[in-house]
Design a binder for this molecule. Sequence first.
Ligand SMILES: [Fe+2]
Ligand SMILES: [Fe+2]
Length: 333
Amino acid sequence: MNQGVLRSLARSFINGGDCSGGRHVLRPLAAEFGQRKSVSCGVIHARRMLSSAATEPAPIDKEKKESAIAEGEKKNGGGPVVPSSYWGISRPKITKADGTEWPWNCFMPWETYRADLSIDLKKHHVPKTFGDKFAYHTVKLLRVPTDIFFQRRYGCRAMMLETVAAVPGMVGGMLLHLRSLRKFEQSGGWIKALLEEAENERMHLMTMVELVKPKWYERLLVLAVQGVFFNAYFVVYLLSPKLAHRVVGYLEEEAIHSYTEYLKDLDSGAIENVPAPAIAIDYWRLPKDANLKDVITVIRADEAHHRDVNHFASDIHFQGKKLKDSPAPLGYH
Ligand SMILES: [Fe+2]
Ligand SMILES: [Fe+2]
């Protein structure tokens, strides 16, 4: 058997699989969320067939490839098309409930939710121990420069705060992950719960940047604050997760306060109640005519959930237990 035939057989073995794996993963999810998603094997196969592997395509192949990409762009409403690849990776076609194509790669329909607006916004952890009081006053102190710098520019303020708020969940989740590896023990779901919180906070930021375009010096401030805060929180979490979670609990209480003030300015007309960004409508499953007030209301509800999770985590440590001893609040939004 000559080498060309062998190469051809190997290539068809690599490229010739069906798409059933994708279907098996997606169909239960589609059933769960009641949304119709279709996996287009044809598209995947077409892209695989376009794979140029190691050889330079002949001119006729190049023409076919360009026309296939143009066709793909047409079908995609002129949007970008994933380049063909030897690896055959391509996102399955996912649709919204109304049949239109799911426009986001950064989150999927099964990660969206309706915020629980019934949560008590006024709950407060009264500082009792020295650690609690230290955490409470540290957060109150941090609010002073924030108030001076941003005053009532709540859009910029929220954008800045979300760049900070998305750090603790990632640091806590990462350290619990490493602990799980080191100690050969489960985390009780807390790794996932904290990473979920970090992702949720990052989505707040992705929403805010649709509404506020940060200036160059604000971006610089974000860099500086992240550099300091990430390292400081990392060290505090290593030394005392109880204190670290308590600090975040109080930060979230402050976030609820800031978003309440934001809503007051929206109600008074000081801030224009513009239409909600598309990303927010899809992420929180808001109505199509939702506005900024709706968005801030759901973000504030998220902050109240983060407050509860972090005070709860600190309380677990306070009782001399480990986080893994209490079930993690997965999917608690
Ligand atoms: Fe947030
Ligand atoms: Fe938060």
